[in-house]
Structure formats: C-alpha cells, structure tokens
Design a protein around this ligand. Structure first.
Ligand code: SF4
Ligand code: SF4
Length: 331
C-alpha cells in the first residue's frame, strides 16, 4: 500500500481500538451485478438465475451501503463490474467520499472503458491473473484472455493508473508456478501490488476437484516463499497473513471485517458462503452467530484460508504488537 493509505488505515484501526469496537469493517466487497463476460471453472459467483444476471445495482444503493458500513476501503467485484453501465459513476462517488477503491476486473473490457476513469491516488485496478499464459487461459476457460489482460494492464499503466493483480491458486499449481507468475507480475509487468489466494471450494463452482486443502496450501506457499523470495515481491498482504499462508501461525476467521454487499443484500456470513441475506451491515453484525463459522467449526470452512476471513485477523494482530507493526512498516 502507498504510505498515505497505510497511515489512514492504521489510524482507522486505532480509532476502532480506542472505541473498543469488537467487530468493525475494514474492506467492503461490493458486487453491483452478477453477470460476467467469462465463465471461469473455479467461479462461485455467476451461477445465478437469468433474472438476477440481468440486474444492476443502482448507484444510490451502492453508495448508501458503503456509507452505512463505514469501511475505509471498497473492492468492487461481481461478475464483471465493467458490464455495469454506471460503474464509473459508482467509483467517482466513492472516491468523493474519500474511500480507497479497488475495481476488480478480468480486463477484457478494460481498454474499451478506460477513458471513463481518471487516475486517482485512492483508486486502483485489480486485474484477475491466475498464472502465466496457458495456466490463466485454462483457468478462465478461454484462449487469448491472458494476452488481453496483459495488454490492458499496460494501457492502464501508460494512462497513469495504479494497477494491482489478484491471483488464485489451485492444486494444479506447483511452487514454481507461484514463483513464475509472481516474478512476471513483479519484475516484468511492474504492477504496483499483487494479491494472492488459495482457491475456495465454492459449492456452486463447476470445477469441484482442484481446491487446495490447508496442508497443501501451507506446503505450496512455504516452498514458493523460500529463499527470501517473499520479501522481493510487492505482495498486498500483511507479513502475518503471509506467515499464516505458510503455516507459521494460525488465526480465527474474522469475516465480519470484509463483508459482502451484493444485489441480494449483506451476505451471511462472508464473501464466500451464502447462508442468507440481511438489509444492513449492523444487522449482519448483530444477527449472525459468528461463533459457528471458521475452520474447525463449520465443515464448509474446512479448506478456507482466504484473505476475506483471515487477513483482517492478521491486520488486527499486527496492530496489537509493536514488533509486528514495525515488521509490517519495513516490509
Ligand atoms: S472473471 Fe471473475 S466473476 Fe467472471 S467468471 Fe471469472 S472468476 Fe467469475
Ligand atoms: S472460514 Fe470464514 S471466510 Fe472462510 S468460508 Fe468460513 S466463514 Fe467464510
């Protein structure tokens, strides 16, 4: 994160601590549509009925949800957000409210819509790249998408935008695959930051065979991060979360800190699992039995090491330790 954003996030977290709030939002996942122009095998988001796929969230509704929640950061996903005709207006309105905004995209439509956006210190594109050419095209089930995404990233960089990437790994990935894609994004494409995640076993995803279990996840990242490589990459994660991926520490899930607001409302309990919806973030906090969720509590959470459940825990643990705060600041 740029220093200014880190300071802002740190002061927001400090305020929550001083107010003794036990549960609070850090990043809101906003899904203003379910439709997508791709059909990735590991996607658990696009299996909606035709009626839902046609719908788009009005700008006012999206902004009201962000304001009610109060999270300092908003990640806009979907579906493919660039298929929403007013997505640029949603971004503008959130930036005007001093939110840090990430616009997640598979980048196929990015060149066509780039002119609608203006570079801003609190705005970044977050491009989905699951591996190098063959691996990524296999993951998104369409040839040519990797080259399109790389070309779109270069266009966005040339136009002065911050560009980040988001990479999901499955059991078909070796440590060398992780190294190769992160080296490429870091050293060849020079993206600003990279985000990584082990794939989550979505019940509705077409591919039900290639999820990583926790032990496989730990082995994969321990080997990939070895020889000091982890420090060389501009990963958009706290050191403690990366320790968690390597199996050096373990955490409880704090999914309330990265909630999901979609066309259906606030999804309970988290971005990944769908146990119903409520109308407000406050209801989500108050009416969810959080003690039921997390690895070891709900069998559906058994293989989850996703950042939406565990990065907030790592961030709060970082804030609670001088040693970890210094480590995060200099990493
Ligand atoms: S690009 Fe994203 S939303 Fe679209 S199908 Fe792939 S994973 Fe799902
Ligand atoms: S462990 Fe937490 S983030 Fe992961 S699926 Fe379960 S409730 Fe969601």
């Amino acid at each position: 994160m740029p220093l200014r954003q880190s300071i802002r996030l740190g002061s927001y977290l400090m305020k929550q601590k001083l107010r003794r709030r036990e549960k609070f939002p850090i990043l809101l996942e906003l899904e203003p549509l379910y439709a997508c122009n791709l059909k990735c095998a590991g996607c658990g988001k696009i299996q909606q009925t035709h009626d839902w796929l046609k719908q788009r969230m009005p700008v006012e509704q999206a902004v009201a949800a962000v304001e009610e929640c109060g999270a300092p950061m908003v990640s806009i996903a979907g579906g493919e957000p660039l298929m929403h005709k007013e997505i640029d207006e949603i971004v503008r309105q959130l930036l005007a409210r001093n939110k840090i905004v990430f616009l997640c995209t598979n980048a196929v439509l990015l060149p066509k819509h780039l002119h609608k956006f203006t570079p801003h210190r609190n705005f970044a594109w977050m491009v989905h790249i699951d591996g190098l050419r063959d691996r990524h095209d296999q993951s998104v089930c369409k040839d040519g998408v990797f080259d399109q995404a790389v070309d779109a990233i270069k266009q966005a960089q040339a136009a002065g935008f911050r560009v980040m990437t988001n990479t999901t790994f499955f059991d078909t990935d070796s440590p060398q695959d992780v190294i190769d894609v992160l080296d490429y994004l870091n050293d060849d494409l020079h993206v600003d930051n990279m985000q990584i995640s082990p794939g989550f076993a979505y019940e509705k995803a077409p591919d039900q065979e290639h999820w990583l279990g926790p032990d496989e996840t730990r082995q994969l990242f321990r080997k990939a991060f070895g020889d000091g490589r982890r420090k060389r990459w501009r990963l958009n994660h706290s050191p403690l979360f990366l320790d968690f991926l390597e199996g050096k520490v373990d955490f409880d899930c704090t999914a309330w800190a990265i909630p999901l607001y979609s066309l259906k409302g606030w999804q309970r309990p988290c971005y990944l699992m769908d146990d119903g919806y409520v109308e407000t973030y406050q209801q989500l906090l108050d009416e969810t039995d959080w003690s039921k969720y997390g690895r070891g509590r709900d069998p559906r959470c058994a293989n989850c090491m996703a950042h939406c459940g565990y990065e907030p825990t790592a961030v709060v643990a970082t804030l609670g330790s001088l040693r970890e705060s210094i480590r995060a600041a200099i990493s």
